[in-house]
Design a binder for this molecule. Structure first.
Ligand SMILES: *[C@@H]1O[C@H](CO)[C@@H](O)[C@H](O)[C@H]1NC(C)=O
Ligand SMILES: *[C@@H]1O[C@H](CO)[C@@H](O)[C@H](O)[C@H]1NC(C)=O
Ligand SMILES: *[C@@H]1O[C@H](CO)[C@@H](O)[C@H](O)[C@H]1NC(C)=O
Length: 196
């Protein structure tokens, strides 16, 4: 392998580590979203269309991951910005490669991951897919408290369905939380930003 000058290598690594602009992401035509946010950790992005009539948001969460790992996205309805108390959707793969989702409220830093309620309504329950080295979770959420600002969390770690293992507890895995304003974000279609 040819040796690259140090400056060139630094540039390459910088480019590789930066999350792509969420507006450049591709979705199938029946999964179009009006807004997005490039999240500050784990290369993840959030996409959504907010429906004020019924206070719901059609959401996609996308994050890169190895096929032998899991990703999760959720909302903390009670205790501010943090893991414990969050209702989360975990996407992982079975040995066959089939993608499954688990919904749970994280009751502690060693959660039981019991597949059950999220603690908020999902009029369209979550599904997930794995393609191009990334998981995408699709879900429609009735925004808790009819509030367009929510404390959101996301995560990535090792393990497959039925054998989810703990995520790392350093670096970006401790920075993966953010208050999201569903009326803000980046407009994916500036000329078409109203409600259709
Ligand atoms: C949500 O709040 C808005 C503004 O206060 C209100 O107009 C709307 O009816 C509420 N929607 C639901 C589903 O509670
Ligand atoms: C969790 O429960 C839902 C609804 O019954 C089901 O579709 C899903 O496959 C379950 N997930 C796991 C990981 O068992
Ligand atoms: C909420 O409103 C949107 C826009 O009118 C509609 O497409 C969607 O089906 C509604 N969702 C629910 C769960 O009623």
């Amino acid at each position: 392998m040819a040796r690259l000058p140090l400056v060139a290598m630094l540039v390459l690594f910088t480019v590789a580590a930066a999350a792509p602009d969420c507006r450049s992401s591709k979705f199938p035509p029946d999964r179009a979203f009006q807004r997005c946010s490039t999240l500050p950790a784990l290369g993840a992005s959030l996409y959504w269309t907010y429906n004020p009539v019924n206070a719901t948001a059609d959401i996609a969460f996308r994050a890169p991951q190895r096929s032998g790992g899991w990703v999760a996205w959720g909302i903390n309805t009670g205790r501010g910005l943090g893991m414990v108390g969050s209702g989360v959707i975990v996407a992982s793969q079975e040995d066959t490669g089939a993608v499954s989702v688990l919904t749970t409220v994280l009751e502690s830093y060693s959660p039981s991951l019991t597949n059950g309620s999220l603690g908020f309504d999902v009029p369209v329950p979550p599904v997930a897919e794995y393609a191009g080295g990334a998981y995408t979770i699709y879900v429609t959420v009735a925004l808790p408290g009819n509030s367009t600002v929510q404390n959101t969390v996301w995560q990535a770690g090792p393990g497959s369905t039925g054998a989810i293992r703990p995520h790392p507890t350093s670096g970006q895995n401790l920075q993966s939380m953010q208050r999201i304003d569903f009326l803000a974000g980046q407009s994916i279609m500036p000329s078409n930003s109203g409600i259709p």
